[in-house]
Every structure is written in C-alpha cells, then in structure tokens.
Design a protein around this ligand. Structure first.
Ligand SMILES: [Cu+2]
Length: 294
C-alpha cells in the first residue's frame, strides 16, 4: 500500500495514548500507529453500537398503544454491514502486513551487528544471556553438553565457543543488567529452559514467546541510550513476576568496554570446572533417551 497512514496517525498515539512506554525502537512507530488505528476504531465502534443500543432501548420501550412491526430483513442494510467490516479488516491486514513481515519473519531479519542467545528459566526465575566473546562468533550448540554451568550446551569441540560467556540474571529487585549497543541491529536467539516464557521489551516493541526446545529469532534496533525494562509476558509459574530484567543501551565505546569487563569477570563457560555437573549431565541423558524411546 502506498499511502503512509502511520504519519497521519502519529498524533493519535503520541498525544492520546500517553500510557505507552517511550518508543526507542526503529520499527516502534509503525507498530504504535497500527495500535492507534485499531484502538480508536474499537473505541468509536464501542460508543456507536452501545449508544445506538441505549437510544433504541429508550425510543422503543414498551408502549401500550404501539403495534409490533413485522418485516423480513433488509438486504441493502445486511449487505452494507457485511461489506464495510470486510473492507476494513482486509485493508487492516494488508496495511499491517509490511510491519509484520519486517518484525516477525525469520527470513527478513536484517544482518545483525550483535547477536546474543537468551533463555528464560523457571528454577529461580530469570534469564540467561550468552555473548559471543572477543571473537564475535558463537560456537555451535550441542544439547548433549548442556549442564547447569553450560545451559546453552556450547560445544567444546568448536573453537568459536571457547570464549563464549553466559550472564545469568536471576531477576528480582536488583536484576543483573545486560548491555547492548545503540543504533545497531540486535539479533536475539530466544529459547526456554523449561516452560513457556515471553521475552518482552516494552520500549523496543518486542514481545515473543520463548519455547523450550526451539530457537526463535527476534530482532530490534534501539535508537536511544538509556536503561530499559525486560519482563516475562507469559505466566510461567509462581516466580513469574520476578523475571524482571534490565537492558542498558550504550554507545558503541561503552558497550565494548562493558563486554571486555564482563568477559574478564564472567569467564568463558567452557573454562569452568565441569566435575560438579556430572549428575546433571546424567539426568539430561536419561531424559533424552526416554524421549527417544517414545
Ligand atoms: Cu517467565
């Protein structure tokens, strides 16, 4: 579609939908204007239909002297109230298609400047973030190598995985913040350790369910330096509320500095001693072999 409705609707969400969290995402305005259109259309329809309902209730209330009027419908009116919503919803579908493909299609994800793996977990309720380390390249994943200290199953046989490190943020009142650079395409490979979670960054207009056993691509581009909220948007258990996290959007220089520090503090996953994890490996194996039998 050629006309740019989003420009015309900017006022509708900027000035009238003030409850929205600040938009700092490159595609946020497009989604917000879609929300505004649907929102105001719904508000209008609500007052129109309920207004008419109340008017008719009063106007045609019981009256002894009034006789009932019998008729067999009106084709023109029925045709109209079928056609108008059809046009509206098909139009809405076509109009929103661009935003949907841009934000949700895995094949349309722009070339990432930074890529991280994110996994929600229920045992303590929080998020695990995997960064690629100084080489900037992720090592392969091998599910046979998943342990508590290697939750992503970074493959010890892949040279690129040697410097990958993981930040575990258990949420709560003081979550461990993660950092990302400003004005860069961020690609998040999203999954879950256990049950359904949902990776929700309100300011970036990003919300995506995290499914155990599946990696889903999510992308965004943050346009403003600052501190933003991360939340879980899928009721995942008693500690769901605790899955609040923090995302810092930094300048490239600050981000590089932070990444360097984290790498030194956190230590690559594969450098951690593995002996204490043996039991976990065993239980994962049992689970896997059970699944295979089924
Ligand atoms: Cu959750």
């Amino acid at each position: 579609m050629n006309f740019d409705l989003s420009k015309g609707l900017e006022w509708a969400y900027k000035d009238m939908l003030t409850f929205f969290p600040e938009n700092v995402s490159t595609f946020g305005a497009q989604l917000d204007s879609m929300f505004a259109l649907i929102y105001w259309f719904s508000v209008g329809t609500f007052f129109l239909t309920y207004g008419l309902l109340v008017i008719f209730m009063i106007k045609y209330r019981y009256n002894e002297n009034r006789k009932a009027y019998y008729f067999h419908g009106n084709n023109l009116i029925e045709f109209t109230w079928t056609l108008l919503p059809t046009i509206f919803f098909v139009g809405l579908g076509l109009w929103s298609d661009g935003a949907w493909t841009k934000t949700k299609y895995a094949s349309r994800v722009p070339k990432p400047d930074v890529e991280i793996d994110v996994m929600g977990y229920q045992s303590g309720f929080g998020w695990e973030f995997r960064y690629a380390g100084p080489d900037g390249v992720f090592g392969n994943k091998d599910r046979e190598q998943i342990t508590i200290s290697n939750p992503f199953g970074i493959d010890s046989n892949d040279i690129h995985g040697k410097d990958d490190f993981v930040i575990i943020s258990p949420g709560g009142a003081r979550p461990i913040p993660i950092h990302l650079p400003v004005n860069k395409n961020i690609l998040v490979n999203l999954s879950s350790n256990d049950v359904l979670h949902s990776f929700f960054l309100p300011n970036f207009r990003v919300k995506q369910d995290a499914l155990p056993g599946q990696w889903i691509k999510v992308w965004f581009n943050g346009s403003k330096i600052g501190t933003y909220e991360l939340a879980c948007a899928e009721l995942c258990g008693t500690g769901h509320y605790n899955m609040r996290g923090q995302v810092f959007i930094d300048s490239q220089a600050d981000y590089d500095k932070w990444l360097d520090e984290q790498y030194k503090i956190t230590k690559p996953v594969l450098e951690a001693p593995v002996s204490s994890d043996t039991t976990i490996v065993a239980s994962v194996d049992t689970k896997d072999s059970k699944t295979t039998k089924n």
